[in-house]
Design a protein around this ligand. Structure first.
Ligand code: NDP
Length: 288
């Protein structure tokens, strides 16, 4: 059944969200700092609010998808939040999300933070596999889950408002390391006589296979489970790093994306973890 909501922020992501809610027959009130970006949505049936405060006043459910935490603060500064259900899809840190949960409660609103694991073309396309992590008010999530799940699958991860951001940023941080590796790999082969089409396929398959090996090892280590025989111990990997570095040098490629992780492996070996596998490294990073 059609529901109503307000959406503040019509960048690439906000516009994609608005389009899917409108296409699903919901009533959407939109607001954007630069008003021109709302016009294409007006043509699709959205109501355009004249100010952020007006958009917040228009509906119980208020979704924000702005650039960063500061823009959320500026946007909500003059708004009356009492009785609202605020959902902040702006990418934030766990502490930002918890601070908003506290501020919202202080201003009489329920709060849910969201972390979008999709790019705009994946919004409204379930088979693309995108989803959104949510955390914060369980009552708010239960009340609005159906409409929140229209743009992408909704995955609630807990009452602590910071948990969605923590999941989001953990996945993005892992992606950052993967992108570094892919960048280095392409730098190695780009000037060589290598078929880049088949190389791309080999690389993607290898990363998927190794990701499964690595996360299984991490999970066992965190649970304190027996790892069995260590298949790839750190002493062997550190010795192997020399080959990676020499190859980079021979191909004329800077090793700057590889060395931080290699240095952590070396530190682990120096501290007596040569017989362990890479799953010991997270512990070293968090040793305070
Ligand atoms: P865009 O850069 O396309 O849009 C940014 C939006 O924020 C615009 O609506 C802009 O308004 C608004 N804005 C910026 N500063 C202010 C301010 N001070 N006050 C009010 N409004 C402001 O970003 P996206 O739409 O791509 O991203 C929005 C959020 O979604 C971000 O937190 C991003 O991390 C997250 N996200 C984006 C993904 C993507 O691939 N695009 C993927 C996953 C998450 P104006 O038009 O006036 O400039």
């Amino acid at each position: 059944r059609p529901r109503s909501l307000s959406l503040l922020g019509l960048g690439a992501m906000g516009t994609a969200l608005a389009r899917t809610w409108l296409a699903a027959g919901h009533r959407v009130t939109v607001w954007n700092r630069t008003p021109a970006r709302a016009e294409p949505l007006r043509a699709l049936g959205a109501t355009v609010a004249g100010s952020a405060a007006e958009a917040v006043a228009a509906n119980d459910l208020v979704v924000l998808c702005l650039l960063d935490d500061a823009s959320v603060g500026e946007t909500l500064a003059g708004a009356q939040l009492a009785g609202r259900d605020l959902v902040n899809l702006t990418t934030s840190t766990p502490a930002d999300a918890r601070a908003w949960a506290a501020r919202a409660a202080g201003r009489g609103a329920r709060f849910l933070d969201g972390g979008i694991m999709a790019v705009p073309p994946m919004i409204g396309v379930p088979e693309a596999g995108g989803y959104v992590f949510y955390s914060g008010s369980a009552e708010l999530f239960a009340a609005h889950e159906e409409i929140l799940a229209v743009p992408a699958e909704a995955r609630y991860v807990g009452e602590d408002a910071g948990l969605a951001a923590l999941h989001d940023v953990a996945l993005l941080s892992a992606m950052s390391g993967m992108f570094a590796g892919i960048t280095h790999a392409f730098a190695l082969v780009r000037e060589a006589d290598v078929d880049l089409g088949s190389f791309s396929g080999l690389l993607a398959d290898w990363l998927v296979a190794m990701a499964r090996v690595a996360v299984t090892g991490e999970q066992k280590a965190e649970k304190g489970e027996d790892q069995g025989d260590v298949a790839s111990n750190l002493a062997m990997q550190v010795a192997g790093n020399v080959t990676l570095l020499r190859t980079a040098e021979q191909q004329g490629v800077s090793a700057e994306l590889l060395t931080p992780y290699m240095e952590l492996m070396e530190r682990a070996v120096a501290e007596g973890h040569g017989d362990s596998d890479g799953s010991v490294l997270a512990e070293l990073l968090t040793a305070h």
